[in-house]
Design a protein around this ligand. Structure first.
Ligand code: SF4
Length: 456
C-alpha cells in the first residue's frame, strides 16, 4: 500500500485497502475556522440536536484566521459564534482573537492595519498554526473545513479539506466515509540551486499535470531530494496538492519530522504519541514522475490558474502593479527570510505587502537580526508594508477593507497558492503565483523577474 492507503486502512480498522474502496475513517483531528465554523456548527446542531455534544472535545481545533482584521460586522460576528460554541462545548483548542472569553471581537480600523490587534491566544492562519500548536501528528487523519488542509500532509498525515456538511457529521460522530484515492508518485532527487525554492517545485509539478491533473488523487512526495527540504518547504508543497485537484499531499516521515513534531507537542502540551507510516515495497501508483531539483528554475503560474506554468526569466515583459508575500503557503518564517535576503539594502518600486501567517512568525521576523537590523526592519526599510496582523488577509480577497486586497483590476505577483479570477479581490485583477524570492526580485523591478539576477 502507499502512504495514504496505509493511514486510511489503519484508521478504518482494516488490514488492506485499495483505490476505490469506500471506507469509514476515524478522525484524529477536526479543524474549522471563522468562515466555515459557523456553518459546520449549524449543521451539527440541526442534525444532532441543539443540546448535542461533540464526539470528542479534545479532537476539535478551532482557529479563526480568515476575515479577522476587518470592520465588517458579520465577519466579526462569526468569531463570536465560534467563541460561544467553544464555551458551550468546553473545547480546549480554540485560538481566539481576543483574550476575554466573554468578550466580543471588534476590529478597530482607527488603529490602522499594521499594528497588532489580537490577544495572547491568537494563532494566525490555520494550516500554519496547526503544526506550530502541536496538532499535526504523523500517521493520523486530519479533516479541516478548508481546501488547503492538505498542507498537514507534510508531517506524514492523511489531511484533507471537507465541506460543512461532512464536518458537521464528523463533529457529531468522529467518522467520515472516504473513497480511497489513487496515488501519484513524485520522487524528488538532487537539491535546489540558489534562488530556487520549494514553491518552484510544486509550481513545476502542477504545470506538468495541470490544475486538475491530480483530481481526487493522493500526491506522494518522497526520494532523496526530500532530505534537503525543511519542514516549511514540505508544507509549501503539500499545501498546493489541492491546486492540482489532489485529495491530499503526503511526505515520508524522517528525523526532521520527528524533531519538529516532538518539540511542538511538548511545547504546547498536546498529545505526543503517534505512529508514522513508512513506504511498502509493493506500492502501486497511477502516475510516476521524477523531479530533479538541480534542474528546476524560478517558476511562475500565470493568470488565470495554478497550472499556467512559465519560467520567471521568460516573463520580463509582464509589468506589475503589486507584490504580495503571505498566506499559509508563502508567509512562513523561511519565506520571509528569502524575501528579505533579496530586498536587503534595496527599495521596492511597486506597492508591496507582507502578511506573516502567524503571530509566532511576526515575532521571529522582529527578533532575527542581520547585522544592526531585524529582518522586519530590513523589509520595512525596503518599502514593504508589513502588518503584524497575521492571518489570511488578501490571499482570498475578503471584505473590501482587507489589508492588501486588490479593489481595482491590478496585476500582482504573489507568494500565495491560488490565482483563479477574483481570488485576491477584483475579478479582473490578475495574480501570478511565484516563490517569495521571485516576488522580491519582481518588486524591485516592477516586472516579473528571475531572482537569480539578485543573488549576492
Ligand atoms: S492563507 Fe489563503 S490559502 Fe491559506 S487558509 Fe488562508 S485563505 Fe486559505
Amino acid at each position: 500500500m502507499t502512504l495514504t492507503e496505509k493511514i486510511l486502512a489503519r484508521s478504518a480498522g482494516k488490514s488492506h485497502v485499495q483505490p476505490g474502496d469506500n471506507i469509514w475513517v476515524q478522525a484524529d483531528v477536526l479543524m474549522t475556522h471563522d468562515v466555515c465554523g459557523p456553518g459546520t456548527i449549524g449543521v451539527f446542531k440541526r442534525e444532532f440536536g441543539a443540546a448535542a455534544k461533540v464526539w470528542d472535545r479534545k479532537k476539535i481545533v478551532i482557529i479563526p484566521d480568515h476575515y479577522i482584521f476587518t470592520s465588517d460586522s458579520r465577519s466579526n460576528r462569526n468569531v463570536d459564534i465560534l467563541r460561544e460554541f467553544v464555551r458551550e462545548q468546553d473545547i480546549p483548542y480554540f485560538y481566539d482573537v481576543i483574550d476575554d472569553p466573554d468578550g466580543k471581537w471588534v476590529f478597530d480600523s482607527g488603529k490602522g492595519n499594521l499594528a497588532r490587534q489580537y490577544g495572547s491566544n491568537y494563532a494566525g492562519v490555520c494550516h500554519t498554526a496547526l503544526p506550530q500548536k502541536g496538532h499535526t501528528r504523523p500517521g493520523e487523519v486530519l479533516f479541516g473545513t478548508d481546501s488547503h488542509t492538505c498542507m498537514a500532509g507534510a508531517f506524514n498525515l492523511f489531511a484533507t479539506g471537507i465541506g460543512n456538511t461532512d464536518a458537521g457529521f464528523v463533529m457529531g460522530t468522529g467518522k467520515l466515509l472516504i473513497k480511497v484515492p489513487e496515488t501519484m508518485h513524485f520522487r524528488l532527487e538532487g537539491a535546489l540551486k540558489p534562488g530556487v525554492m520549494a514553491k518552484d517545485i510544486i509550481l513545476h509539478a502542477i504545470g506538468e499535470i495541470g490544475f486538475d491533473g491530480a483530481t481526487y488523487r493522493a500526491m506522494q512526495f518522497d526520494g532523496p531530494g526530500v532530505q534537503s527540504l525543511s519542514m516549511d518547504d514540505r508544507m509549501t508543497i503539500a499545501n498546493m496538492a489541492i491546486e492540482a485537484g489532489g485529495k491530499n499531499g503526503i511526505f515520508e516521515f524522517d528525523e526532521q519530522t520527528r524533531a519538529f513534531v516532538d518539540r511542538r507537542c511538548q511545547q504546547n502540551g498536546t498529545k505526543s504519541s503517534y505512529d508514522p507510516v513508512s513506504r511498502d515495497a509493493d506500492e502501486k501508483f497511477v502516475y510516476e514522475s521524477i523531479l530533479d531539483l538541480d534542474q528546476l528554475e524560478p517558476t511562475v503560474a500565470c493568470h488565470p490558474d495554478p497550472g499556467q506554468r512559465k519560467k520567471a526569466k521568460e516573463l520580463g515583459h509582464i509589468k506589475l502593479d503589486r507584490a504580495y508575500v503571505g498566506s499559509c503557503t508563502g508567509g512562513k518564517t523561511t519565506d520571509f527570510l528569502e524575501f528579505a535576503r533579496i530586498l536587503r539594502g534595496k527599495s521596492v518600486v511597486i506597492d508591496t505587502f507582507g502578511v506573516p501567517a502567524t503571530p509566532e512568525i511576526v515575532q521571529d521576523l522582529q527578533t532575527i537580526r542581520w547585522g544592526d537590523n531585524t529582518v522586519w526592519e530590513i523589509l520595512t526599510g525596503a518599502g514593504v508594508q508589513m502588518t503584524e496582523n497575521a492571518g489570511c488577509a488578501a490571499c482570498l480577497g475578503g471584505p473590501v477593507d482587507t489589508f492588501g486586497r486588490m479593489n481595482t483590476p491590478l496585476k500582482c505577483i504573489s507568494a500565495t497558492n491560488r490565482n483563479f479570477p477574483g481570488r485576491m479581490g477584483h475579478k479582473e485583477s490578475q495574480v501570478f503565483l511565484a516563490s517569495p524570492a521571485t516576488v522580491a526580485a519582481s518588486a524591485l523591478t516592477g516586472r516579473i523577474t528571475d531572482p537569480r539576477d539578485y543573488l549576492c
